[in-house]
Design a binder for this molecule. Structure first.
Ligand SMILES: Cc1cc2nc3c(=O)[nH]c(=O)nc-3n(C[C@H](O)[C@H](O)[C@H](O)COP(=O)(O)O)c2cc1C
Length: 196
């Protein structure tokens, strides 16, 4: 999937251009779209998992797909804070993006068009997962085999949208190493350089 439904230029934070350039440099590497996303569990433990980056939303938000029956959606409903960690192995670049996360499903008032767009671009095998039994539950004898890939987005299909207020880029290839940090404050972004 291309990384970008068009964004109004003025609403795009600077770090977004830098991350987009890193992504463009890895366009031939499917694994470069895998991101670790940490959320907070109700038991106070962090919960981390791999997600596939789908595209950017408004103001540089990161858009992922999720099964609405999954643990992460429950966690985000309770604690909307999340952090993504992204590593471009060959470039030796790490991104950390921290902010508020929200989940958009069929009954969410916003993001209808984006949800349809992302669904339309999913592969058949990805679509099929949304009609399997609920993720993370004990495997039931009723098998997922034979589940028909739906054409319209099923009720279980959702978007997970992370809107960062802090973005960090650590470059271990640069000599000396570089650690850039962008922080949002009242609608503006400020960049500082940190010790690596
Ligand atoms: C390479 C890879 C890509 C994945 N992509 C997604 C994805 O885009 N969306 C998703 O919900 N789960 C994805 N998963 C599965 C998640 O890592 C996780 O197992 C699942 O979402 C359930 O997580 P939860 O119980 O914390 O909600 C992916 C797993 C791997 C290994």
């Amino acid at each position: 999937m291309s990384s970008n439904p068009r964004l109004p230029a003025e609403s795009v934070p600077v770090w977004h251009h830098v991350l987009s350039a890193d992504l463009a440099a890895h366009a031939q590497h499917p694994a470069a779209r895998f991101v670790q996303l940490a959320t907070l569990g109700g038991d106070g433990f962090p919960a981390n998992r791999t997600l596939t980056f789908r595209c950017f939303g408004r103001e540089g938000a990161l858009v992922f797909t999720t099964d609405l029956r999954s643990q992460k959606c429950e966690q985000i409903a309770h604690h909307g804070k999340a952090e993504a960690c992204w590593y471009f192995a060959d470039a030796r670049v790490q991104w950390r993006l921290r902010g508020r996360a929200m989940v958009a499903g069929p009954r969410t008032r916003t993001h209808h068009a984006l949800r349809e767009l992302v669904w339309a671009r999913l592969s058949e095998s990805s679509r099929q997962r949304f009609v399997w039994p609920a993720p993370g539950q004990i495997l039931a004898p009723a098998s997922k085999a034979g589940a028909i890939s739906p054409t319209a987005a099923p009720a279980s299909f959702g978007l997970l949208i992370l809107s960062p207020h802090r973005a960090e880029r650590l470059d271990l290839r640069a000599e000396p190493n570089r650690h850039l940090c962008w922080l949002a404050h009242r609608g503006d972004w400020a960049m500082t350089e940190l010790n690596p």
